[in-house]
Each structure stands twice: as structure tokens, then as C-alpha cells.
Write a protein that binds this ligand. Structure first.
Ligand code: AMP
Ligand code: GLY
Length: 434
């Protein structure tokens, strides 16, 4: 089979690395890819915001099966366009991708199908938004979410009403997020540990492929601004077999059957972002793709060929109810450029990649990198994810950071505490020194 992976991040590098090991994969093409991916797949340029150019590439390269990494092409209808052309693609239709691309849709859908989530009010005008914030419907802190895709920047947790009013005015008055903020969801602030749960779906069935915990804030101790993710570990010790069964029963099954009943069956990767509150697990968000950096720690644990699973998802023929998962623990540390997440430098030479990868149990996935004059240089905010594999979290964390210590570039920043919260919920020793 000729397989095409769309995207250019460390998530797509992890996908390509996983697929490269599959027997059924004849040729692997990635677009646009990155220098790390280029060692495992042929890379070709493409504009991921242009569905027609993705389809033209698949035609030209006679691709049998396409896997889309990021949400943008899916929300723009890549799956619909491929289906109309009779080409196989793993990912949801634009209508099904609204679980991620419209928070107002996702919340109303959850209400219709009794999926546990934070209490909410969807506001469609500045006046309505201000009235809800000033009224007594929600205590502070209160959470405000721009309806549309806003590159991870559309959520504000306002500690007081003045901050909430300012956020409403910025989104709905000043149109800080463009059309994405013309509708704002206001919701109650939940507390509890956050976990992510991943599934492969075929429109009518869903198979869990693992859990993870992300570290969204830029600085140690979960301080500083939100980022795309500074590190992750898998599996989450909080998601045991009992909780997993509950998540499937209370959340996944109503979502899959609800989407099918409403005429938009969901196929593709489903990422359920959850908060484990004192009154049970509640959905914070859905994503219609794998997470980044979660994919880098979830995919290597799948202990069976990935391609047949994804093809079954795309063709509606998912017969298995579970996948075999390895028993190891994985920790991924993101190395970012100076200035991330507000801005980012580029063009800094990166040293030590080979030395890091030479360490047993260490893998390095590229994101914002470029090749210039034969050298690998930085080219974006999140540059690399260094993943350590071990028999327990202590070993996987130690390995990840031993890889990190080999790598250097000017302005390199990373968190020193990735994975530490894996110990908070277990009796394991917290004695990991970095
Ligand atoms: P999202 O972009 O929906 O993933 O939200 C970004 C982050 O905001 C989440 O990872 C949570 O940490 C936080 N968040 C979102 N919704 C809520 C909520 N209702 N209560 C508390 N925190 C939230
Ligand atoms: N790491 C969070 C995400 O991929 O959305």
C-alpha cells in the first residue's frame, strides 16, 4: 500500500515512524513533512490549508491510503473531498470534525446526548456575552472559549468578572480571533486532574488506543502561559481498567452513536480531553486527531500493526474491541525555541541529535526543524520531542532527560518536571533526579 501522511510536526513524525515498521506499508510519503520525517519517508511540499492540493498530490502519487495529522484539513473537508473522489482517507468529515472545530456544536451535542461536561451558555453577541458574565449564572473563575479553531489560544480562565468581560470584549467586540470568536461558550470552571483518552473510530465503533497526560503550561510547576504542549507521558496512571470502561460507557458510546444518529458518523482518531472531577469524569474538549505531544508517547505503545487498524477505521470495518498495548512507560519532553509560545526564533543550529538517539530507549521526533547547508536548524516554536521508554516512569523520565541533555541549540527551553505528576497518583517513588 502507498501511504500518505499529512502534516509536519512531531506527531506526524511519530506516525511515520510507527508506520515505517508496518509490513503492509509499501511506500511512505509525507507532506509537507520535516527533516526527521524525511529519513523515513519521501517528503513532498503541500499546503495543508488547501484540500484540493492535498487531493492532487494523492492523485499524482497514486496514494492508496491517506492519514491526516492536523485538524485544519479535516475541518476544511479533506475527508469529504477524498470520499467524493473514491480515495481512502482516515479522518472525519467536516461535519463530524465540528466536535473540535466548533465548541458551540460540541457543547450542544454533548447536552443532546447527555455526555458529562461543564455547565455552559453559548453566547452569539457581545451584549449576550457581557450579560452572562455580569449575571449570576456562573461563579468566578469562569471559562470562556472562542467557538472556532484558534490555535490553542481561544480559551481564557478568568479569575474575576473584569477579566471575563475584557476577554468577551476582545473576542466578540475587537474580533481578536476573527470569525472564530463571533460565538463564545461560557462555562463553569472544573477542577481535578486532566487526562487524555484516545480512540480509533470507524463511524459506528471505537477502539481505545491509550491514555496520556499533557503539560500545557510553558514553565515548571504548571506556571506561565498555555502552549500546544510541553511534554506528555503515557499511559496515565489515573486511567485504570475501571475508569476506561466508564469513559467508554458514559462518553465514547454516546458520542459515536449520537454522531451516527445525527447523520455525521465519526471516523478517525478521537481525542477526549477530560477532567476527573469529584463528581466523575467530564469532557473538557474533543479533538478529531491525535494530540501533540501525546501521539509521541501513545503510538509507540501500540503493540500491533497500526496500518490495518487505521484502514479498518476508514472503511467502517473495525471488528476488534481492543488493541494490544505494551507494558512500558513513555515520557516525552518538548524542546522549544526562545520566545515560545508568544514568538519563536528560527535558524539556530541544533547539536547532539545523533548522540541523543544513540541512547537505549530514546527516540527524537522533529517538529520545527529545517535543513540548511547540510545542517539541521530550528524552524519554529516547538522544535523536537525527546521520548524516553522505560519499564516504569522513573526509567522513562531518566532516559528522556538523558536524551535532552545531549541536545543543544541557542535559546533552547524545556520543562524539567515532565512526567513527575505520574507519581502523584501511584505509590511509586518520586525519587527522580534530573
Ligand atoms: P482547550 O483549548 O479546550 O483544550 O482548553 C485549554 C485548557 O483550558 C484545558 O486543557 C484545560 O486545562 C482548561 N480548561 C478548559 N475548559 C475548562 C473548564 N471548564 N474548567 C477548567 N479548566 C478548563
Ligand atoms: N497537546 C494538546 C493537543 O494536541 O491538542
Amino acid at each position: 500500500m502507498r501511504v500518505l501522511v499529512i502534516g509536519s510536526g512531531a506527531r506526524e513524525h511519530a506516525l511515520v515512524a510507527r508506520l515505517a515498521a508496518d509490513r503492509d506499508v509499501g511506500e511512505l510519503v509525507a507532506a509537507p513533512g520535516n527533516p526527521g520525517i524525511a529519513r523515513m519517508a519521501r517528503t513532498l511540499p503541500v499546503d495543508v490549508a488547501n484540500v484540493e492540493s492535498i487531493l492532487a498530490l494523492a492523485d499524482r502519487e497514486q496514494i492508496d491510503f491517506t492519514i491526516v495529522g492536523p485538524e485544519l484539513p479535516l475541518s476544511l473537508g479533506a475527508a469529504d473531498r477524498f470520499a467524493a473522489d473514491g480515495r481512502l482517507l482516515f479522518g472525519p468529515s467536516a461535519a463530524a470534525a465540528r466536535l473540535e472545530s466548533s465548541k458551540a456544536f460540541a457543547k450542544a451535542f454533548m447536552a443532546r446526548h447527555r455526555v458529562p461536561t461543564a455547565r455552559f451558555h453559548t453566547c452569539r453577541s457581545l451584549d449576550e456575552g457581557l450579560a452572562v458574565v455580569r449575571g449570576g449564572e456562573f461563579d468566578v473563575p469562569v471559562v470562556l472559549k472562542a467557538d472556532g479553531l484558534a490555535a490553542g489560544k481561544g480559551v481564557v480562565i478568568a479569575e474575576d468578572r473584569a477579566t471575563a468581560e475584557a476577554a468577551i470584549a476582545a473576542a466578540m467586540g475587537d474580533r481578536k480571533f476573527g470569525a472564530a470568536g463571533d460565538c463564545v461558550v461560557i462555562e463553569e470552571c472544573l477542577t481535578g486532574p486532566e487526562v487524555s483518552f484516545f480512540l480509533v473510530c470507524d463511524g459506528h465503533r471505537a477502539v481505545p488506543i491509550g491514555s496520556a497526560q499533557d503539560h500545557k503550561r510553558v514553565f515548571d510547576g504548571d506556571r506561565g502561559p498555555n502552549t500546544g504542549g510541553m511534554g506528555a507521558f503515557a499511559p496515565s496512571p489515573l486511567v485504570d481498567a475501571v475508569l476506561e470502561a466508564r469513559l467508554v460507557r458514559e462518553i465514547v458510546e454516546p458520542v459515536i452513536s449520537g454522531m451516527a444518529v445525527e447523520g455525521h458518523p465519526f471516523s478517525g482518531f478521537l481525542y477526549v480531553g477530560l477532567m476527573l472531577t469529584s463528581s466523575g469524569p467530564k469532557v473538557i474538549e474533543f479533538n478529531v486527531r491525535l494530540g501533540d505531544p501525546e501521539a509521541q508517547v501513545v503510538l509507540p505503545l501500540i503493540d500491533e500493526p497500526l496500518l490495518p487498524l487505521l484502514v479498518a477505521g476508514a472503511t467502517g470495518e473495525l471488528r476488534q474491541s481492543s488493541v494490544r498495548l505494551g507494558r512500558d512507560r513513555l515520557t516525552g519532553v518538548v524542546l522549544a525555541s526562545r520566545g515560545y509560545p508568544e514568538s519563536s526564533e528560527s535558524g539556530q543550529p541544533i547539536a547532539g541529535l545523533d548522540a541523543a538517539e544513540a541512547i537505549e530507549g530514546v527516540s527524537v521526533y522533529h517538529a520545527g526543524t529545517a535543513r540548511r547547508d547540510g545542517r539541521i536548524v530550528t524552524a519554529g516554536g516547538r522544535v523536537l520531542t525527546v521520548v524516553g521508554r522505560g519499564v516504569d516512569f522513573a526509567e522513562s523520565i531518566a532516559r528522556a532527560y538523558s536524551g535532552v541533555l545531549q541536545i543543544s541549540f541557542d535559546g533552547m527551553q524545556y520543562r524539567r518536571d515532565i512526567g513527575r505528576k505520574a507519581f502523584a497518583s501511584t505509590n511509586a517513588s518520586e525519587d527522580v533526579r534530573i
